[in-house]
Design a protein around this ligand. Structure first.
Ligand code: AMP
Length: 291
């Protein structure tokens, strides 16, 4: 039986989820969907608020998707604060919280999945082989179960939003993709479930990512248009921070993710770095109205 926290229904079985969606649809509801891996923070809450603007029913999923973690990554230690997540989702006004078990989502003899294509050979995809195939496979499954009118994703994972848009376009999925701005701490650190891993000095060191983006944006604002020069402005900040190992700093076109030789205001700076044992990513458009 589904359990209920205030008005929120929590469902783990796929068949029950389909039934809840069918009921909502029968009442004519427009359904907005926010997929997450839990360990909810204000970034996730902002996606729920964004969904609420256009949805009668807001569905959220919490599923730590093993398919998108590589060997040696943090699948086992990924935080799973179940009760706290329930309380946050309920407070935020989520109507249906879908929390399937791994065994329900992936049958042992699973043989078919979604392939992300060329975008997945760059940056995050290059450093995390199979990651975007895993993301797209679970998102496709969740879309088939929830059948939302639209789904909201965070710009925090910029390359993820690009591969998801590509999937929806290339596979003709009748779902609109909404991308919401990055929510940051006051000091600039992008909110992330992985920030929980940052102990001691690592919390401060992690600021090097947003400072690197800031440096690239400042250089752009000062008139620099050479992509490599803009990257170097960011790299200098990241490389200069002790305890931080740079994976990449790049200035890219936000659709193709190819390097921008000549940057425009649409170009984005993307960074990935390891702070102690915690791997973080961040990005910023070179010029925008986003905080
Ligand atoms: P996750 O639970 O980390 O898989 O993230 C679930 C969704 O929340 C994804 O669409 C993320 O891009 C989004 N998200 C994560 N952190 C932030 C943030 N700081 N601001 C906005 N969206 C975020």
């Amino acid at each position: 039986m589904p359990s209920t926290a205030t008005n929120m229904v929590v469902i783990s079985a796929i068949a029950e989820m389909r039934e809840a969606i069918r009921e909502a649809r029968a009442g004519g509801a427009r359904i907005g969907f926010v997929p997450t891996m839990g360990a909810l923070h204000d970034g996730h809450s902002s996606l729920v608020r964004r969904a609420r603007q256009e949805a009668d029913v807001v569905a959220m999923s919490i599923f730590v998707n093993p398919l998108q973690f590589g060997p040696g990554e943090d699948l086992a230690r990924y935080p799973r604060p179940i009760e706290q997540d329930d309380a946050i989702a309920s407070r935020d006004g989520v109507d249906i919280l879908f929390r399937p078990d791994v065994s329900a989502m992936y049958r042992p003899l699973r043989t078919v999945g979604v392939t992300a294509g060329p975008l997945a050979s760059l940056w995050e995809g290059e450093l995390r082989p199979g990651h975007f195939d895993g993301v797209l496979t679970v998102v496709a499954k969740l879309f088939n179960i929830v059948t939302p009118d639209f789904a909201v994703f965070g710009r925090k994972d910029l390359q993820q939003t690009a591969v998801i848009r590509a999937m929806v376009r290339d596979l003709d999925m009748p779902i609109s993709i909404v991308v919401a701005p990055i929510v940051r701490e006051d000091d600039g650190l992008a909110l992330s479930s992985r920030n929980r891993y940052l102990a001691g000095d690592d919390r401060n060191r992690a600021l090097a990512l947003s400072r690197a983006l800031h440096a690239a944006r400042n250089a752009f604002a000062a008139g620099e248009r050479n992509g490599v020069a803009l990257e170097n402005a960011g790299r200098e900040v990241l490389d200069g921070e002790p305890g931080v190992t740079t994976d990449y700093v790049a200035v890219i076109d936000p659709e193709t993710f190819e390097r921008s030789e000549v940057a425009t205001s649409r170009s984005a700076a993307i960074v990935a770095a390891r702070v102690g044992s915690t791997r973080l990513i961040d990005n910023a458009q070179l010029r925008d109205d986003e905080a």
